[in-house]
Design a protein around this ligand. Structure first.
Ligand SMILES: [Zn+2]
Length: 86
């Protein structure tokens, strides 16, 4: 087998294998699912252990960096910018 096809074969095999890395959820996944999904990944610092979703707020906050995840969406950024300008 040539080196090139060997690599292609390995790549194919890799794609066949179920991914082992844990899946982290985003706050938007929770909002869409309408129930708590874990673990959540912080959009700001990337922490996967400190993000708590607050049902009554409809948003998640990272206990590590204090970031409200809703602020870190594109729309959230825009809202924040508008707020800062006002
Ligand atoms: Zn964070």
């Amino acid at each position: 087998m040539s080196k090139k096809s060997d690599r292609a074969y390995r790549k194919w095999k890799e794609s066949m294998r179920p991914k082992k890395e844990p899946k982290y959820f985003d706050v938007s996944d929770v909002q869409r699912a309408e129930f708590n999904l874990e673990p959540l990944k912080c959009r700001k610092c990337g922490s996967t252990k400190n993000v708590v979703y607050l049902q009554y707020v409809g948003d998640a906050q990272c206990e590590k960096c204090g970031a409200w995840q809703g602020e870190y969406t594109k729309a959230g950024h825009k809202r924040k910018k508008l707020r800062d300008m006002a």
